[in-house]
Design a protein around this ligand. Structure first.
Ligand SMILES: NC(=O)c1ccc[n+]([C@@H]2O[C@H](COP(=O)([O-])OP(=O)(O)OC[C@H]3O[C@@H](n4cnc5c(N)ncnc54)[C@H](O)[C@@H]3O)[C@@H](O)[C@H]2O)c1
Length: 370
């Protein structure tokens, strides 16, 4: 039976969630909510559902709603997440919160703790790895085609250059705080790195901003280089920028993952996957390096990541997946925020090595066996 769903926060992203629920056979969209009455009413009309103007009214008015997306935004694109998400969890709803889980690490820790302590479903929209190319790359990894991690390089950002800089009024710079880009954006690349490489144990970060931002009095540290060491012994580099330079190889988002048995590279997030197998042995016993395998999906729109990620949340709930093991959980989102916190600490200590705060433990279930 379809899960009764609602969306809180009817901006552009709230509309994308609502459309995804509308088109998903596992869901029935029954309500939308926004503190801005006009926006709520307009969206309600568009989707043919009821409008609410606060989370409390939604909870009281729709006792049967089971799944709620929190698509509010706020300062550093996450400061309005904590209150509505917490209120919904307290009411026992299954919550899919937009990223970053919270703008303040203390809030994110409290939200995740509440969810885990009360055995509730708390997911986060870490949508960047819910793609066809990531699924194929993951299959290579699980099939043993990649081997041990040697290194990963993740390069991600916005296309631009100094003449394209919009000044301090530009939406891309709108919070005018040093860490806004890190907090609002790095959750995505860190989620991808952790998906393929596991937990990060050591972080060292170099952050800066180009002259055009300095001249404009824009404090945002928009150029980021982060060195990472993973628990599995591999190393990685994350490079991120916010429209300060043109894209180079791999487009707006590339991820190269090199292992002892093979390497893969995803380009443009959804578009292309290349797999280079490591050495093989031919029938004469000679070693050779096979030609790379290239998959062009024909998909170019990043919007394709939303329905697949949202479907995964619905699927996990429908299948009764244990609350600690849902895909892209609140705890997974907290991991990315702990890494961002380590980035900030490293920068503030002049590029010192920092160990991210450990995550809350997972208790596990007897049926979950590696
Ligand atoms: N996962 C992704 O790839 C991705 C991409 C872009 C943005 N985002 C995230 O999506 C979120 C929403 O982004 P947006 O651009 O649609 O934001 P937006 O500011 O356009 O819309 C947010 C809406 O939430 C409403 N709102 C705020 N507080 C509320 C509350 N307590 N109750 C009800 N409504 C409330 C506002 O009135 C507004 O209409 C942000 O957190 C952003 O970081 C995610």
């Amino acid at each position: 039976m379809a899960l009764k769903c609602a969306v809180v926060g009817m901006g552009g992203i709230g509309h994308t969630h609502a459309r995804s629920y509308k088109n998903d056979e596992l869901a029935e969209l029954i309500a939308v909510c926004d503190i801005n009455k006009e926006k709520a009413d307009k969206a309600a009309e568009e989707f043919g559902v009821k409008a609410y103007y606060s989370v409390k009214e939604l909870i009281d008015g729709e006792p049967d709603v089971e799944v709620v997306s929190v698509c509010t935004s706020g300062y550093e694109n996450g400061s309005f997440h904590f209150e509505p998400a917490f209120e919904l969890l307290e009411a026992g709803k299954k919550v899919l919160c937009e990223k970053p889980l919270c703008a303040v690490i203390r809030d994110a820790r409290a939200l995740v703790k509440y969810g885990l302590d009360n055995r509730l479903y708390l997911g986060c929209n870490l949508n960047h790895y819910f793609t066809d190319v990531a699924a194929i790359a993951k299959k290579h990894q699980l099939d043993g085609d990649i081997g041990e991690l040697a290194y990963c390089i993740h390069k991600v950002g916005f296309d631009g250059s100094d003449l394209g800089y919009g000044g301090v009024g530009d939406p891309k710079s709108r919070w005018l705080k040093p860490y806004s880009h890190c907090k609002a954006f790095l959750t995505h690349p860190f989620s991808v790195m952790r998906y393929f490489c596991g937990d990060i144990t050591h972080i060292q970060a170099f952050l800066d901003r180009p002259g055009v931002r300095k001249t404009a009095g824009d404090p945002m540290l928009s150029i980021n280089s982060v060195n990472c060491k993973f628990e599995n012994g591999g190393v990685g580099v994350l490079i991120s920028q916010r429209g300060d330079a043109r894209f180079g190889l791999g487009g707006w988002w590339s991820y190269e993952h090199a292992g002892t048995k093979g390497t893969f590279c995803i380009e443009n997030c959804v578009e292309k996957l290349t797999y280079w197998a490591g050495h093989k042995v031919d029938e004469n016993g000679n070693k050779y390096l096979p030609e790379p395998e290239v998959i062009n999906t024909g998909i170019t729109s990043f919007d394709a990541t939303f329905p697949s990620r949202i479907h995964a949340f619905l699927e996990d709930i429908t299948n009764g997946v244990h609350y600690e093991f849902i895909r892209s959980s609140g705890r997974d989102a907290l991991a990315t925020l702990e890494y961002i916190e380590a980035v900030i600490q490293s920068y503030e200590q002049g590029g010192a090595m920092v160990r991210p705060n450990p995550l809350p433990p997972i208790h596990g279930t007897p049926e979950y066996i590696h």
